[in-house]
Ligand binder design. Structure first.
Ligand code: NAP
Length: 347
């Protein structure tokens, strides 16, 4: 194995817990020498990181589906990279992998930590590096299993998805079209709405920023027979507007509530929840990691769709590790168009 101790690992750590939107003061930039892996371990170089709304939740104290990032720790992030040194016959130098890289340039992973670190080889013949962070990665798995397992869409049903032009939303809408549903997206701005309709083949898209009654009016116009499945990425008032239009036995997938993540007051829960009672409907949360043992099946299926052109993907790539803090905040202003990716090094 070549000596790589001369390499420096640039890292971004959580310096303090944000109140509201993260600010530069919440981050600390550090350097340390790259560690050599021990017996059976590997040294990975980060190529690209997945920037996710969930990161905002991981910065908070308190109980969740995963422990918070500790103050002073390297910020948690999934990513894709390449093996640059290996003491393990199962991983060769040059292999591409996905793992929990953290916001840093290198990751030394010891053999005992492979599972916890989420180390998996990826095949760039199935999709590009950035698609492995999108449709073939965590957001794609979320959209696939949330829609298929929890939403259980049937041909002819109306499926509504918010955050439609984002990472999870683009997979949800396209999968629902492949299941012969009527698909209505909700997204911010005409450009995103045009893209999901003209490029991805959604039946309609509602620009929720077009005016105070845009969602209510849009649902009335585009869901004339009501809503059977709602895939909720945003929560808040949009969830309430959809609840008012659901059909009997509707399924609502609670995937996320990005409109609430930077609240400095209590989360706004659904006011219209009695619509669930009237319509014998259900609302169910999903955490993608629960489906890890079936990821390979969804990856194979969606890689085929990508190859045959039945599915498209869009990634929004920001370059440079040091741009992480500003890039992350694009998720909360809606400046990202497609899956937000931070390119750390060229492949
Ligand atoms: P994304 O949609 O690619 O990016 C976030 C988008 O949210 C922004 O582009 C913006 O789009 C929209 N947004 C921001 N603030 C908003 C607001 N106040 N009201 C309405 N929309 C707003 O992000 P993603 O990675 O696909 O994640 C989407 C959701 O899924 C998030 O809630 C995330 O936490 C959740 N998620 C859950 C799981 C799970 O296991 N449960 C896994 C992955 C993701 P517009 O321009 O359209 O406003």
């Amino acid at each position: 194995m070549p000596t790589l101790t001369a390499l420096t690992n640039h890292q971004i750590r959580l310096a303090s817990r944000p109140v509201g939107l993260p600010t530069p003061a919440n981050w600390q930039f550090t350097d340390e020498p790259v560690q050599q892996p021990g017996e059976g371990g590997v040294l990975l170089k980060t190529l690209a990181l997945s920037l996710d709304p969930a990161m905002r939740g991981w910065m908070n104290e308190g109980k969740s589906y995963i422990p918070p990032v500790g103050i002073g720790e390297v910020m948690r992030a999934g990513g894709v990279g390449v093996v640059i040194a290996s003491n393990n016959p199962a991983y060769a130098v040059g292999d591409h992998v996905s793992a929990g890289f953290g916001v840093q340039e290198y990751l030394t992973l010891e053999n005992a930590d492979f599972k916890r670190g989420g180390l998996v080889k990826i095949d760039l013949g199935m999709g590009s590096l950035t698609q492995w962070l999108n449709v073939l990665g965590m957001p794609g798995m979320t959209g696939y299993f949330g829609l298929m397992d929890v939403g259980q869409p049937k041909a002819g049903e109306t499926v509504v998805v918010s955050g439609a032009a984002g990472a999870v939303g683009q997979t949800v809408g396209q999968m629902a079209k492949l299941k012969d549903c009527r698909v209505v997206g909700i997204a911010g701005g005409a450009a995103k709405c045009d893209w999901v309709v003209k490029e991805l083949g959604f039946d309609a898209c509602i620009d929720y920023k077009a005016g105070p009654s845009a969602v209510r009016d849009g649902l009335k116009e585009h869901c004339p027979t009501g809503v059977d499945v709602y895939f909720d990425n945003v929560g808040g008032e949009i969830l309430d507007a959809v609840l008012a239009r659901i059909n009997r036995s509707a399924r609502i997938i609670i995937c996320g509530a990005i409109s609430q993540y930077n609240n400095t007051t209590a989360v706004q829960g659904p006011k219209n929840y009695l619509s669930l009672l009237v319509n014998r409907a259900r609302m169910e949360g999903i955490v993608v990691f629960d489906y890890a043992d079936r990821y390979h099946l969804a990856v194979a299926e969606m890689a085929d769709y990508l190859k045959s052109g039945k599915m498209k993907s869009k990634e929004d790539v920001v370059t440079g590790l040091n741009n992480f803090p500003e890039a992350l905040n694009k998720l909360f202003s809606g400046e990202n168009f497609g899956k937000l990716v931070l390119e750390v090094a060229a492949n």
